[in-house]
Design a protein around this ligand. Structure first.
Ligand code: KIV
Length: 264
């Protein structure tokens, strides 16, 4: 087991695990200073590529964005989301996971659970691949959004699913849009850390889509706290630039390249 993975496991019941998504070097470089985990999520399908679902993103898209993110990462654990269809069976999953790891040098991969692919996780772990699980609302396999764990029976079923993923060897598990009761039940019954998104503070850690929490994506459901309004900042800057170009205020003397110096 790698040192970075051990560090994440040791945080269980001690300190919260903090994570966000990144799709490029510039954002990853900032996140890396503060976070434990950076995820290259298939949410890039919606956020960057404007798809209605995450299904259309390709493995090549994921690999190229991860190569960019990797350049900004020094210390955090870099996890890569395997896109839909890339882990259909053991052989395809092994081939694609190894390809992602070889081309990106990421630390781990994440697979969504469809309540049947536990053996694939087990197989990948046996091949020494670090796997993060993902249960609850799993957009690759569920057509309609629904908060899960609304009854005692549903919570117990989710717990069983999480325990099977733990037994298969996953080092952590994302809980997406579960009731606080289900998140608490699972977190207190697993040895591996749970990372919540829309699943209350009972989880061992939290993850959000960076573009959502920065106010860039325009997607702000109740579970997202908007920590900034980057859209407004960008708009203000672009408006100012437009005005200055039109009124010949930019570029001015201080931006002219008279000598051989490129930088100020
Ligand atoms: O793709 C993604 O960004 C994710 C998070 C929602 C955990 O899987």
């Amino acid at each position: 087991m790698s040192k970075k993975i051990k560090k994440i496991l040791l945080k269980k019941n001690k300190s919260k695990i903090v994570s966000l998504t990144a799709y490029s070097k510039s954002i990853a470089k900032i996140l890396d200073k503060y976070l434990d985990i950076v995820l290259v999520g298939d949410s890039m399908a919606n956020v960057l590529y404007g798809h209605k679902s995450t299904h259309k993103i390709s493995l090549e898209n994921i690999i190229q964005h991860t190569q960019s993110v990797k350049m900004g990462i020094k210390k955090s654990l870099l996890v890569v989301d395997m896109p839909k269809g890339s882990y259909k069976n053991k052989k395809i999953a092994e081939k694609n996971a190894k390809l992602v790891i070889r081309r990106t040098a990421c630390d781990a991969i994440k697979l969504e659970s469809n309540k049947k692919n536990f053996e694939i996780i087990k197989f990948l772990v046996q091949k020494k691949i670090h796997v993060m699980g993902h249960i609850g609302y799993t957009p690759q396999f569920k057509k309609k959004f629904r908060v899960e764990g609304q009854t005692k029976n549903e919570s117990l079923k989710l717990l069983e699913e999480a325990k099977t993923i733990e037994k298969a060897g996953a080092f952590s598990i994302v809980l997406e849009c579960l009731t606080p009761h289900a998140a608490k039940l699972i977190t207190s019954n697993l040895k591996i850390p749970t990372i919540g998104i829309g699943s209350s503070s009972y989880c061992d850690g939290q993850i959000l889509v960076t573009d959502d929490m920065l106010g860039l994506s325009g997607f702000y459901p109740k579970f997202v706290k908007k920590y900034a309004n980057i859209n407004r900042i960008i708009e203000k800057a672009v408006k100012k630039y437009t005005r200055e170009v039109k009124f010949k205020k930019f570029p001015n003397n201080s931006n002219y390249l008279n000598g051989s110096k490129l930088r100020k």
